[in-house]
Design a binder for this molecule. Structure first.
Ligand code: FES
Length: 93
């Protein structure tokens, strides 16, 4: 599945069973992160298109935030091609 980051236009492939954060890093794309277990919210960003699932039962998001498309990439997996608003992402290459 292909993930596109806005507004940078950076993209990476998301493997099933791998979090979006790890897939991005594997492609040389840095996104903000800290705890990497879905509690600190450092990595929070907003889904523009596509669907994800969180791999933990209670990611640190309110129901309203989830409804608005906010996701925690450190504990989210792609379920389709995605577009994500991630203004702090940058390529290390
Ligand atoms: S890095 Fe802490 S919630 Fe994602």
């Amino acid at each position: 599945m292909r993930v596109r980051l806005e507004p940078s236009g950076l993209g990476f492939d998301a493997e099933a069973g791998t979090t979006l954060l790890k897939s991005a890093e594997a492609a040389g794309i840095e996104m903000p992160s800290s705890c990497r277990n879905g509690t600190c919210r450092t990595c929070i960003c907003q889904l523009v298109a596509g669907s994800i699932r969180h791999v933990i039962e209670w990611p640190g998001l309110s129901a309203e935030e989830k409804a608005e498309g906010w996701i925690l990439p450190c504990v989210a997996e792609a379920q389709s091609d995605l577009t994500i608003d991630a203004p702090q992402a940058f390529s290390v290459f």
